[in-house]
Design a protein around this ligand. Structure first.
Ligand code: SAJ
Length: 451
């Protein structure tokens, strides 16, 4: 059986279905279609499917031309019809795994996908889960659902887990050249998963269980969350010590081994780093294990927007301005450079915090030109017209898109709070850099106070 299925994969006769055509699923569908596999892209969002079917990509990393080529080549079919899954030899799940209001795993998207699969999949199907989730999900949710539906593992279905490692906007690492971990619920599932992914991805690392594969993804992103929280705390400490954290990081980064550079900032955004560690923390608690590192990192990172708001008050105050009634411009609202993604962006929290303190807050981000605020109103970016920057009492640099002319921002702003050391050593007279001494606002000592 295994040999037959592997042969079918190697001959590109394996029909592929990708569930969830977001920043992970669409590039993966394109990769399989480009390699000559009959690929069905399935999504529940009719508007998305209609747009993609017209050759209009809604994913930054996939151009309209690439999408149209795959559609015109006939290897890529797009649908919202679950029965289209019935001919698939492999079904790859790429649906969201957000958190609930109470910061617990929201498994509803995976559950809906699995319910759809078990009702439509054919015998012999290989199911691969890519969504970031807690260790045990593949076995506990997918295998259980399929077996309840009468599928027998090892003959009627196979299951593996292969974490997505898509870094939106990364021009160097994309689907094909980013090493891919894959683990199976049993040996045959692992072999089939490894064979399948090896058809489209240059380097595939097969591990001995889905739990290892699931845990490896959470380890990657929890590592990142903890280290970002650590450097944020070091920045807060260096401010107390009157030491420039940015220069310190550059100095430490000269160590060619045993050090990895992270930089402080206004908080963390995106759909991975703020969320993924909470999946691991949740699973740990189910085993009566409290991960202090994960919880502390979450706490520190989520405190940063408040810290930035305090810096805004101090910066305005140093120039004899009250935040209440001041006009403030946030520059770069997307959660990271050259991204249009606003999810969990600290800029959104800072916007609301400053508004609550009475500031008149606007923002400028050509990549992310609008968002819905906490009151349900739509906030629109001001145009990227540097002459308007001078109208604001304070300009806050949050995210540095390549489209920004940093020198023009510096020249056209009265006062700047630089949260990411974007201006480096320029415009010292009009800026305060979070975590930097020199333009640091230090408490006046008793001796300095003129009586
Ligand atoms: N951030 C810092 N300091 C840092 C690094 C990041 O404050 O030193 C902030 C960013 O500004 C952002 C947030 O953290 O708000 C997340 O940044 P990120 O660079 O981790 O970007 P993401 O969310 O796109 O993370 C993705 C992840 N990829 C996947 O989950 C597949 C992550 O594993 C990657 O390591 C990361 O991209 C990457 O390396 O670019």
């Amino acid at each position: 059986m295994t040999i037959i299925l592997k042969e079918k994969i190697l001959k590109k006769k394996f029909k592929i279905a990708i569930m969830g055509l977001g920043y992970v699923g669409l590039p993966l569908a394109i990769s399989f279609a480009k390699k000559g596999f009959e690929t069905t892209g399935y999504d529940i969002n009719i508007k998305k499917i209609n747009g993609l079917s017209q050759g209009i990509s809604d994913i930054e990393d996939i151009s309209n031309d690439v999408l149209r080529t795959c559609l015109e080549g006939g290897k890529l079919q797009l649908t919202t019809t679950p029965t289209a899954l019935s001919s698939a030899d492999a079904i790859i799940i790429c649906v969201p795994t957000p958190l609930t209001e109470s910061m617990e795993p929201d498994m509803s998207y995976i559950q809906v996908a699995v319910d759809t699969i078990k009702k439509n999949a054919k015998k012999g199907v290989l199911i691969s889960l890519e969504s970031t989730t807690y260790p045990g999900t593949t076995r506990e949710i997918i295998c259980t659902a399929m077996e309840e539906e009468g599928f027998t593992l090892g003959t009627d279905f196979f299951a593996c887990y292969s974490p997505e490692r898509v870094d939106p906007g990364n021009k160097i690492f994309q689907t094909e050249n980013t090493p891919k971990v894959v683990g199976g619920v049993d040996h045959v599932s692992k072999e089939l998963g490894e064979t399948l992914y090896s058809q489209v991805i240059h380097e595939v690392i097969a591990v001995n269980s889905t739990e290892v594969a699931e845990m490896s993804k959470l380890l990657e992103n929890t590592f990142r969350s903890i280290n970002i929280a650590f450097i944020n705390e070091m920045a807060l400490l260096c401010e107390k010590l009157g030491i420039d954290i940015w220069e310190t990081i550059e100095a430490s980064s000269t160590k060619p081994f045993g050090f990895m550079k992270f930089t402080p900032g206004p908080g963390i955004g995106g759909h991975c780093i703020p969320l993924d560690p909470m999946y691991l923390s949740w699973k740990a608690k189910s085993k009566n294990f409290y991960s202090r590192f994960i919880e502390l990192a979450h706490e520190i990172n989520h405190l940063m927007p408040d810290k930035m708001s305090e810096h805004v008050v101090e910066t305005l105050n140093q120039h004899k301005k009250s935040i209440n009634g001041s006009s403030v411009l946030l520059v770069g609202m997307a959660y990271k450079e050259n991204s249009n993604d606003l999810r969990e962006s600290p800029g959104l929290q800072i916007f609301e915090l400053l508004r609550k303190r009475g500031a008149n807050v606007a923002f400028c981000d050509p990549k992310a030109p609008q968002f819905v605020d906490e009151q349900g109103g739509i906030q629109y970016s001001i145009p990227l017209d540097y002459s308007q920057f001078n109208d604001y009492d304070l300009v806050i640099l949050l995210t540095k898109h390549d489209v920004f002319d940093i020198d023009k921002i510096g020249k056209n702003s009265q006062l700047i709070l630089d949260t990411k050391d974007i201006l480096k050593n320029s415009f010292e007279d009009k800026k305060r850099t979070y975590g930097k001494v020199g333009n640091q606002i230090k408490p006046i000592s008793k001796e300095e106070v003129q009586i």
